[in-house]
Design a protein around this ligand. Structure first.
Ligand code: PAF
Length: 304
């Protein structure tokens, strides 16, 4: 007597999305948005679970955003396992999938870009991926304005993205609370990412070392080690693990993302590497007694 699985409610247009969200609002319900590019994994499911714990209704968007991929990047081969994704969203009891087309997101004649300037987008991933953060800022602004959620969920793995989105929401007075969720890791410590699917078995083993090396650098710096020396050691450890294509390994201020040479404020260690062309990023807090007392998850704007 098993009941049929309830089909996942899904919309592809702004008008249909707004209609659903307005109906929930009229019923006095709160709404969370989980923006994704699909190829869903456990880290996305954690964002969804956090969203469901905080709001009455959860919308998940799946949109592989062409504007955040540079020429020669993996836009065309980015995984798009839509049927598996839909099954995962259904199993997670998500209320609505929003999966717009490129034309819906960027209507003909579209000519508007949102660009966050300053230290948050001056280094780290911005250096190797010109235009990437403008693409992310532009699509997130649109998603927020299209859905008008109370909260939106972002993972700390993309820490630079998270801080940029908080800055943007504060600057543009977009009434959405940005909720940060800790990085979800495999048992060995590798940060979950849709791009892990590109890794060979051998590269996956190498990738599992990244988090351990980051943890060593963070601990050494927290213990008073000289930052430049510990970064040098970290690079040597990455090379020894067979990871010699490193975009950056840096310690930066946890709030402004400015480079730091001495540890006086909360800081994080950030890394980006390439394994056979697959770009992987990760970051961790540098936890000293002093910095542990400072909340890293400040919220820029309360939900209306
Ligand atoms: O982190 C991501 O998956 C993307 O950058 C996001 C936030 C969904 C925007 O396309």
């Amino acid at each position: 007597m098993g009941s049929e699985p309830v089909p996942l409610d899904s919309v592809a247009t702004v008008a249909a999305l707004r209609k659903r969200v307005s109906a929930w609002r009229e019923a006095g319900e709160t709404v969370a948005l989980v923006p994704t590019m699909g190829a869903l994994h456990d880290a996305h499911l954690t964002l969804i679970a956090e969203a469901q714990a905080r709001c009455d209704r959860t919308v998940v968007s799946i949109f592989v955003n062409p504007k955040q991929f540079g020429p020669g990047e993996d836009f065309t081969r980015y995984p798009r396992p839509i049927e598996t994704d839909v099954a995962a969203l259904r199993a997670a009891n998500v209320d609505l999938l929003y999966a717009p087309t490129v034309e819906e997101m960027y209507p003909p004649g579209d000519n508007t870009t949102v660009s966050v300037r300053g230290p948050l987008t001056a280094g780290l991933c911005a250096a190797a991926r010109p235009g990437h953060f403008d693409g992310v800022a532009t699509v997130c602004t649109r998603l927020f304005l299209q859905c008008l959620p109370d909260i939106a969920m972002f993972g700390e793995k993309d820490y630079q993205q998270l801080l940029m989105i908080r800055r943007m929401v504060a600057d543009l007075a977009i009434p959405v609370e940005i909720v940060a969720v800790e990085t979800v890791r495999e048992e060995g410590g590798l940060a979950l990412s849709s791009r892990n699917a590109y890794l060979s078995a051998e590269d996956r083993k190498k990738a599992a070392r990244i988090n351990l090396i980051l943890a060593d650098v963070a601990a050494a710096v927290a213990d008073g080690g000289d930052i430049a020396t510990e970064i040098g050691r970290g690079l040597a450890a990455l090379a020894k693990a067979g990871i010699d294509d490193v975009d950056y390994l840096e310690i930066r201020d946890a709030e402004t993302l400015e480079p730091v040479t001495t540890l006086v404020r909360p800081a994080r260690v950030f890394v980006a590497v390439r394994l056979n062309g697959t770009r992987l990023i990760d970051n961790r807090p540098v936890e000293t007694f002093a910095t542990r007392t400072v909340p890293l998850r400040s919220v820029t704007r309360k939900a209306s």
